[in-house]
Write a protein that binds this ligand. Structure first.
Ligand code: NOJ
Length: 556
């Protein structure tokens, strides 16, 4: 039976919560969040129903790219605490049954990393070949600067080295040469180190760039880069059989599929669904289900044990790079018309609630989609309470403000003087006075209460995580309806993208007279006649309906 055979595939129905230790909770009052503070707040995540925490980079760093510029892959940044406090946090999380994964950022290092310092110092340095060097930047090298507002080229001349080095991202982030076996061995050591301290896997940063070897001189002679990913996955599994690799791969579906590995899924365990996420915003902008429905129909099934990772927002800009220019403009017009909200002409540096003008019905509908559509849901801290961005903070940092715990000073995040805070708080209508954990905990109508209900129902409904799913045809363009089936159980979910109530007629194969559809997000049930049923939805309404057979007892 599928349900029992997949029970150990914990990631399939996980609830992943991404956070940055420095902005989560400051226990020692220095203005910067820390592991001690995070350990104190694990209870909040547990009570919400989170099953896995994804830690953004917490390693020593000059912090010029929010920690994605690392100077020691084996350490904990001293601002966040000690290695002992890191392990203590892991223990607290484990005590609550919460797994922890962390960012693995090995496409590049900081230029302050001792390896790069050594590499640039001499051609004879044992680390020279750990990076990718050229006397002249190649004209036919890899294309595409990731941060076009800051960087003009992928190659930077280093005076000390007397050569150019490759950097996919900022020039202070030289790319590691993964074609070099010594680099591969070191990355293997990094993985092993953290797995043995207790991590359950990694979110792998910038996977396509990590595998890219075009920059290497003898690229043609190199083995297939995917072999490297297969090796990493095998190594991971040897260390910890339940550990996962969750990959950042923002490519069209067919290209992303290659990163799961061949049919047996021997590379990444999960890939983020960047396409579905972008189409969701197009659907929201048009108030029509079609763009998202098309993405779901187009989306290939992952390998048996793999899964898509679904998300509404993350720590970067809301990238819209896979939409056409016109489609992107539609989303800009709807959710980020002001230039100050846009980034690199391809994304928005905003969070969802402000884009939706704080419309709680609409926000609730979006998270209902997140938890009912197939894929492992990944939340970014603060989403559970509807935090917004602070546009006065530069670039992508606009969405990386401190967690809003209460309406106390500094939003309850820290007792430090406000000017000492690691990042400014959100101001205005979405600031801590209005939006915070404490007040929402007390309010059954809050977004946080809704999020808890969604998570509880999602975890109670194995069909959603493990089942076969089908996007259903309905007689209303504004409604997305889908069903998920597993072991004879069926859950149907409906979402109304428009701000008018609507009634749809659903035709459901396999339903018999006497069956009823029991609401999972509200009280009530609807009888089914001849496999057909009429379902009403409020403006931006959503319903999850479980098929219950006559005589079957359903415990809500
Ligand atoms: C992807 C991360 O999500 C982003 O925040 C970072 O700047 C780049 N990788 C470079 O590490």
């Amino acid at each position: 039976m599928r349900r029992s055979t997949t029970a150990d595939l914990w990631w399939k129905n996980a609830v992943i919560y991404c956070l940055d230790v420095e902005t989560f909770f400051d226990a020692n009052g220095d203005g910067c969040g820390d592991f001690h503070g995070l350990a104190e707040r694990v209870g909040h995540l547990d009570e919400m129903g989170v099953t896995c925490i994804w830690l953004m980079p917490f390693y020593p760093t000059p912090d010029r790219d929010d920690g994605y510029d690392i100077t020691d892959f084996y350490g904990v940044d001293s601002r966040l605490g000690s290695s002992g406090e890191f392990v203590e946090f892991l223990r607290v999380a484990r005590d609550r049954g919460i797994r922890v994964i962390a960012d693995l950022v090995v496409n590049h290092t900081s230029n302050q990393h001792p390896w790069f310092q050594s590499a640039r110092s001499s051609r004879e340095s044992p680390h020279r070949d750990w990076y990718v060097w050229r006397d002249e930047p190649p004209t036919d090298g890899p294309e595409g600067v990731v941060f076009p507002d800051q960087e003009k080229s992928l190659w930077e001349y280093d005076e000390e080295a007397g050569q150019y080095y490759l950097h996919r991202f900022y020039k202070h982030q030289p790319d590691l040469n993964v074609a070099n076996p010594a680099v591969r061995d070191e990355i293997a050591r990094v993985l092993g180190y953290w797995l043995h301290l207790g991590l359950s896997g990694f979110r792998v940063d910038a996977v396509p760039f990590l595998l890219e070897t075009e920059g290497a001189l003898d690229a043609e002679e190199l083995p297939d880069p995917h072999e490297y990913l297969r090796d990493l996955r095998a190594l991971l599994s040897r260390h910890n059989g339940e550990a996962v690799l969750l990959g950042e791969v923002n490519l069209p579906y067919p290209d992303t599929m290659r990163f799961f590995g061949d049919e047996d899924g021997d590379e990444l365990t999960m890939c983020f669904d960047f396409i579905g996420m972008q189409r969701l915003y197009l659907s929201l902008a048009r108030k029509q289900a079609a763009p998202l429905a098309e993405a779901l129909r187009e989306r290939p099934a992952p390998p048996e044990d793999g899964h898509w990772a679904t998300f509404v927002r993350n720590h970067d800009e809301l990238t819209l790079d896979k939409l056409s220019k016109e489609e992107r403009q539609e989303v800009f017009d709807a959710f980020g018309p002001d230039k100050s909200m846009q980034l690199y002409d391809r994304g928005l540096r905003r969070r969802l609630p402000s884009m939706l003008d704080g419309d709680l019905d609409r926000i609730r509908m979006v998270y209902s989609l997140l938890f009912s559509l197939p894929g492992t849901p990944v939340l970014f801290y603060g989403e559970e309470i509807g935090m917004s961005e602070e546009l006065s903070v530069e670039g992508r940092n606009a969405v990386r403000t401190p967690m809003q715990w209460s309406d106390d000073d500094n939003g309850g995040f820290s007792k430090a003087d406000p000017e000492k805070l690691v990042a400014p708080l959100v101001r205005g209508e979405f600031g801590p006075a209005e939006v915070n954990v404490v007040s929402q905990l007390r309010d059954p109508a809050s977004l946080l209460s809704w999020m808890k209900l969604l998570i509880r129902r999602y975890r109670q409904s194995p069909e959603l995580a493990w089942g076969r799913y089908e996007v259903l045809s309905v007689d209303a363009d504004q409604v997305l309806a889908h069903r998920a089936d597993q072991d004879g159980g069926t859950v149907v979910a409906l979402h109304n993208f428009a701000d008018e109530p609507v009634e749809v007629t659903l035709r459901l194969d396999g339903l018999e007279p006497g069956d009823k559809l029991v609401d999972l997000l509200a009280d009530g049930s609807t009888p089914v006649a001849d496999g057909e049923v009429k379902v009403g939805l409020d403006r931006y309404g959503c319903r999850w309906l479980r098929v219950v057979k006559p005589g079957e007892v359903f415990l809500p």
